[in-house]
Design a protein around this ligand. Structure first.
Ligand code: KG4
Ligand code: ZN
Length: 376
């Protein structure tokens, strides 16, 4: 029997729906629709109220389109995975309420997914043989995390940012350079034309697995204030210098984490992992020692396919959420635990792994079912 799962992502400024179809641990992506909210460009950042209103207006059409592209009627959908957090609470609420309504109306199983777990699962959509153990670098607009992943569902934090996330630094520096939001792709494009001539600091490069990008951002700010760019060339050199510093730090720490853990696979996920220069630098640094698994940009930036895939995993091992599922902007990542860095497997998270099940089709726990397992 084939399972059909609908994924929904509305945590920030992308309204997205995807359909996964298949059996066991090799589901296939039948469709993916991503509607990016352009309006935030005008304001230089995501405006929460506008984001949630746009999700409300468009989510139903996005879901209908994903079903049409999958060639399936809504009645074929057996389960729903939705981003429950972290993210903007109003935006998350739209997706969670919609998902709960669809689950209640059709007696479907429901699972709330942690957005960052989605980013880690993204490469498996194209590479179903990808399995832990691996080291994962998650670099998005809100997070920078270096993880050791001994098995799916267990994530040991080796390092994280102490201030700005990598994507946030890209966005803030882009604003300094007069570029549009979101800044990452604009910096990448400009950097191709420039040279790393400013020699910006590589913060904490040789200092453990934690990251810090706010000092680098301030260094760019001082340079721009002291000698404002006078030509396209100057701006391109600033972009290239900033990007080179971020990439050096990310690659250096990821390689160090790979060496410390002895893993031979590195997964990169999140919007910043769309950066081609980062991917190339990572592949070059890992050559002969580890392979890099990274999804194509469409699956790496925010999208519902990765949420569907992470939800598929959670449902397949017998987890799920009931109709009390809440949107939680600070949602804790189930299975995530801190380590002192560099450990092989790290301590467990204190939870027994529920037994694995071949598929997830089955009765919904319903409103009186057990409390959601997506919060820890
Ligand atoms: O994962 P994501 O799409 O959304 C969040 O979960 O935050 O990441 C968005 C971040 C933004 O900060 C954006 O500027 C950055 O990813 N980004 C990039 C690139 N494409 C997107 N950063 C550097 N280079 C890129 N090509
Ligand atoms: Zn994201």
């Amino acid at each position: 029997m084939t399972d059909v799962l609908l994924g929904i992502e509305t945590s920030c400024d992308e309204t997205s729906a995807a359909v996964l179809v298949g059996e066991g641990d090799r589901p296939e992506l039948a469709s993916l629709v991503i509607l990016s909210q352009d309006v935030h460009r005008i304001f230089g950042g995501v405006v929460p109220e506008l984001a949630s209103r746009a999700h409300l207006r468009t989510l139903d059409a996005v879901v209908q389109r994903a079903l049409v592209e999958a060639g399936l009627p809504l009645s074929a959908v057996e389960a729903i995975a939705v981003t429950a957090g972290p993210g903007l609470v109003g935006s998350l609420l739209v997706g969670v309420c919609y998902a709960k309504a669809l689950a209640a109306a059709g007696g479907r199983r429901l699972v709330g997914v942690h957005h960052l777990e989605g980013h880690v699962f993204a490469p498996t959509l194209e590479d179903p043989d990808l399995k832990p153990p691996f080291v994962a670098l998650v670099v998005s607009g809100g997070h920078t995390l270096l993880l050791d992943v001994p098995e799916w569902g267990r994530y040991a934090v080796l390092g994280e940012t102490r201030d700005d996330a990598a994507g946030e630094a890209f966005d803030k520096v882009a604003t300094l350079l007069g570029l549009e939001f979101p800044g990452g792709p604009h910096i990448e494009r400009l950097a191709k034309e420039g040279n790393d001539r400013f020699g910006f600091p590589r913060p904490m490069q040789h200092d453990g697995f934690d990251f810090s990008f706010s000092g680098l951002k301030t260094a760019v700010l001082h340079t721009v204030r002291e000698s404002p760019p006078r030509s396209e060339r100057d701006t391109a050199d600033l972009a290239a210098s900033f990007q080179a510093a971020v990439i050096d730090v990310l690659v250096h720490k990821t390689v160090a984490a790979m060496e410390a853990t002895g893993r031979s696979t590195v997964v990169a996920g999140g919007g910043v992992a769309c950066n081609t220069a980062l991917r190339q630098a990572m592949v070059a640094a890992l050559r002969g020692r580890a392979r890099l698994a990274v999804a194509q940009p469409r699956l790496n930036a925010d999208n519902a396919a990765m949420i569907a895939r992470a939800g598929w995993f959670r449902l397949a091992r017998g987890e799920g959420s009931d109709l009390y599922l809440e949107a939680d902007p600070m949602l804790a990542w189930p299975g995530l635990h801190k380590t002192d860095g560099g450990g092989q497997d790290g301590p467990g998270d204190g939870r027994e792994s529920p037994s694995r099940r071949p598929g997830f089709a089955g009765p919904s726990p319903g409103p009186s079912g057990p409390p959601t397992s997506t919060r820890s």
